[in-house]
Write a protein that binds this ligand. Sequence first.
Ligand SMILES: [Zn+2]
Length: 278
Amino acid sequence: MPEGPEIRRMVDDIARAVAKRDARSVFFAFERLKGFEAALAGRRVTGVSARGKAVLIYFAARGDDGPWCVYSHNQLYGKWRITKAETEPKTNRQLRFAVVTDNKAARLYSASDIRLVRPNDLESIGYLNKLGPDPLNQALTCADIKARIADATFARRALGGLLLDQGFIAGIGNYLRSEILFVAGLAPKKRPADLSHAQQDQLAEAVLTLIWRAYELKGVTNTPERVAWLKQQGKRHGARRHMVFARAGQPCYECATPIERIDVASRRLYYCPVCQSV
Ligand SMILES: [Zn+2]
């Protein structure tokens, strides 16, 4: 399942293809939206953005009709394809939504949660309304993330489960969860209520650092220095990518203790029992 950094890179691709361009045509598979194809065709795509795992495509106002936003959520199976406008991708998937400009087209396959809303009404969508702060798609500082960690709502939930809750902080998925806890030096069973101010700072910094690093380095969370060193040793991409995630039994890069694997919230979590003993 894609995590925040993967969604954000996908949205960058969609934006490069259709943003700030006129939509030559728009396609909707769902009957309830068919009537809007003509209403959106010819309008300028003013922007493309992500919120958590949702993709938002904005269309400019025209005449008396105000701006529109197409909201889509991929769930587990939706897939975006970007091609030249005239190229129809070969696929057995069902096309659900498409924006075609003079040069490029962005097409969404298989997704079932597609809605057309006024930009002002986005908060009425339950998924968006429940979403926590989203570091990759909003300008958030360490202080913002620290305030979230200190929010009494989350005080008594173990971080191992809490970090996957998109209502706590949006965009953290399974590999980021393990990597964030390792960098913050915190055991998965720790709760926000257990953390000192210094530990809250470490956790907030780790969230921002790793989510942005994973975005910029295409899913790599290991430090660039360590990645370079591992490359010299002939390690492949998969073996260089993470600090603890998917490294059960292998030595910790900091203390050489074997990395352990446990299941938290039904998904695998990796940690160093020595570096993350507190
Ligand atoms: Zn260690």
